[in-house]
Design a protein around this ligand. Sequence first.
Ligand code: HEM
Length: 352
Amino acid sequence: MAVTSPYLSLFSITIGIYCIYGIGLAIYRLTFHPLAGFPGSKIAAATGWYEFYYDVIKRGRYIYKIEEWHQRYGPILRINPSELAIHDPTYYSELYVAGSTRRTEIWPRYRRGIGFDGSHTMTQSHELHRKRRKPLEPFFSRQGIERIEPSIAEEAMLLDERLNAMRGSGRVVRLDHVFSAFAGDVISRICCESPATFIQDEEFAPHWIVRMLPFGFLLKAYPGGAGFNSYRLLAMNHIADTKSQNYSPEKVNANAKSSIFRHIVSSDMPESERSIERLSREAMVLLGAGTATTARTLGFICYYTLSNPRIRERLTRELEGVMGGYDGGKAPRWSDLEKLEYLSAVIKEGLR
Ligand code: HEM
């Protein structure tokens, strides 16, 4: 007589329920789901595991699969249970419209669970997103960037000093780490008045990304985490300090080194929008969004410039006019650099 364990039965029942649920979900996605009528692979439409396989196991190869599908299914196709891919540049102006034409809400699942809840970028409602984004806009205008130009220049000169000190040492320097350190220090300074710590790190802080992790997890997962401090903690401390100092908007404005969050704390934004918790999440978004993107772009530009002598020579020749006499004392101004046509083209190409 066969002997069955109660645990085995429970396990079989759980697996059975899970399978029935999975099959039901796949049927719903293929028949009643709002995207069910779009062309594309049926497996990809039924389950997200197909995308997972190509992006995680095959390390980011889903884009090539999508490209192949566009040849077969046309310019608009379904690439997973809840997303479409559109390969038609003319459709851009149809999709990305101003709020006056159509109000768009973000798809919250896209960014949920990464610790940014309450920040403008995670705000679903069109109106609230606008309200939360508005106070940040002046800092990214031309005038806003001109205001922080001396701080950026100081960081660039610090980096130049460090690289010069290594000249002739035979040491190999990883430029991706260097640029992450530079971008991370610039954005920490602009958001939180934090002094340069990554550029001063012996190895250019290759593990800066761990600063994005929640502090409790950081301490467990990364033994050096306590000394490193999380970005969240940095932001929370800075915002709590500025709140307790309670500077007037005039005093904050008078100092070009006042951080973005010092400005926001002293603004007339409703108190509910200025809580330490919400603003520190907003700061996390800027710290995260401003580091990897900038570092990667600098990395692309540097790689292609250094590996292509023709570009390198032309750029060096053009920069000589503005930087010929540079001795580490005074950085060139943005207003002079932006007049250089070839440099501007190189930057645009890197961004593209
Ligand atoms: C070369 C550098 C950069 C590139 C290539 C880049 C690229 C992008 C792209 C493509 C998006 C749209 C993402 C989406 O909608 O899914 C975005 C959004 C954003 N970026 Fe950047 N970025 C760069 C630098 C920065 C910097 C320096 C900051 C801040 C200091 C920043 C802050 C943001 C924020 C806050 C958003 C979200 C805006 C919103 O939801 O309203 N980015 N960026």
